[in-house]
Design a protein around this ligand. Structure first.
Ligand code: C5J
Length: 228
């Protein structure tokens, strides 16, 4: 069996012709979180922290595309009438701009606005799944589970932002649904470095209660050996 060197122990990859598949999940690498003037910045966060993982995620995306393995992008956003945004979510934060308000990149966290776009370096290609999600978790109020089932995907590799909010929530949702989940340590980031470290410790604790942790290089080596 092919594995990825990971913590707390090696992560098993599905064999090439087993009918089970591994997919890359890129969570919310949107301008709203990563560039100045978006939702993240409106909440008082330093967006530069998140920008540094873009090349690493771009490298993984290239590998998955070369090996013809499936890729899933998510975007957190709401309908223009905000009918899918609970009032409690809109009230949160102590910011000048709230969800639906007009900011420098259009209406904050609203589908179709410039800020809702995925950053150009990671722009989805035709054939890649793009899941628009109104919540922090990628499975809540989306058809992600049905889409994964349809594609025979059983193993999910998580990257994106922010580690302790949308990435961790989505990974826990996936773990509860029976997916084998692996988080890429250098392919995820938080506005709070200690929150990222705490999330990594939580995931790999108790024998990998929520999944595994590895690095982009380790994953890439194993993917090329298994599927190249
Ligand atoms: C947040 C996310 N932090 N993508 N969203 O509100 O993590």
């Amino acid at each position: 069996m092919n594995t990825v060197q990971a913590s707390p122990y090696p992560y098993p990859l599905p064999a090439k012709d087993s009918g089970n598949r591994v997919a890359l999940v890129i969570i919310d690498m949107q301008r709203d979180f990563i560039e100045p003037g978006g939702f993240g910045a409106a909440l008082g966060n330093k967006v530069e922290y998140l920008q540094k993982i873009v090349p690493t995620v771009a490298g993984l995306l290239k590998t998955f595309r070369e090996l013809r393995l499936p890729v899933i992008h998510t975007r957190e956003g709401h309908r223009p009438d905000l009918s899918d945004c609970p009032p409690a979510k809109k009230r949160r934060g102590n910011s000048t701009f709230r969800i639906g308000d007009r900011g420098p990149m259009g209406r904050i966290l609203v589908l179709g606005e410039p800020g809702n776009d995925i950053v150009p370096e990671l722009r989805p290609e035709d054939g890649e799944l793009v899941i628009d999600k109104p919540g922090k978790g990628a499975f809540y109020a989306t058809d992600l589970q049905e889409r994964l089932k349809g594609l025979g995907i059983t193993h999910l590799i998580f990257t994106g932002v922010t580690t302790e909010v949308c990435v961790q929530t989505s990974m826990r949702e996936a773990n509860d649904r029976g997916y084998e989940c692996l988080l890429i340590e250098d392919g995820t980031e938080s506005y709070f470095p200690d929150f990222k470290q705490a999330t990594i410790r939580m995931i790999q604790s108790q024998g990998g209660i929520v999944g595994w942790i590895t690095t982009a290089d380790r994953l890439t080596d194993s993917l090329r050996q298994t599927y190249g």
